[in-house]
Design a protein around this ligand. Sequence first.
Ligand SMILES: Nc1ncnc2c1ncn2[C@@H]1O[C@H](COP(=O)(O)OP(=O)(O)OP(=O)(O)O)[C@@H](O)[C@H]1O
Length: 246
Amino acid sequence: MTASGLAIEVQGLGVRFRRNRRGRRSIKDLFSDSSRRSKPGEFWALRDVSFDVKPGESIGVVGRNGQGKSTLLKLVAGVLLPDEGSVSVNGGVAPLIEITGGFVGDLTVRENVRLTSGLHGMSKAEVTRRFDGIIDFAELGEFVDTPYKHLSNGMKVRLAFSVVSQLEEPVLLVDEVLAVGDKAFREKCYARIDELLADGRTLFFVSHSERDLRRFCSRGLYLDKHRLAMDAPIGEVLDRYNADYA
Ligand SMILES: Nc1ncnc2c1ncn2[C@@H]1O[C@H](COP(=O)(O)OP(=O)(O)OP(=O)(O)O)[C@@H](O)[C@H]1O
């Protein structure tokens, strides 16, 4: 528990990236005291982002392509470190996107489930206990010994969601990748997200689907021009986003 009892605290968060590969930092840059300035070819993908999340809140992250939504999720997941500011998360996070990226193509479905569940804190005994449930939910019973690289894209997402939804972390990060699943499977995922929310989990949801955002989220964060343009109830955030870009 953070001292404040909050699920997530984000303060003055900023991340910058290089626009092209050639813009390497020189030795001179290493010694220059210009950490707050961006160097040629660098840009802030996110800057000055601050917000708090209470346990059990469900937050929808809204914004046009490239405004920093996935970057924000990566920072909350702890797989990307900020150049400015801080993120503190109370307890662990279950990040859908990182699970997908963590699968190993040459390993089988069975081996990948064991590997990723283990990496995300499940004990061996727990993985064994939950294994059949994970495979059943993903509807991949016939593919447990198939190399991961031979699954279809939709099957890969099924597997990732199935693993992530079994983790007992208090914060669940779900992004657009879910949209790859077919309609029937998406409905199943949505029902599972409802269950996790009812169980008191905190949800961070990135989506371009207004319907899904309204369905799951009570609060919205609107990222525009790489800054937090609005933090308000999801309906108000969507109205503003639509007014800006309709
Ligand atoms: N590793 C990286 N190196 C360089 N630039 C990056 C990197 N990751 C993201 N970016 C850039 O940072 C910006 C924000 O990207 P991000 O993926 O967070 O956007 P997004 O809001 O999730 O977009 P979308 O709606 O298209 O998924 C973009 O300009 C992107 O090109």
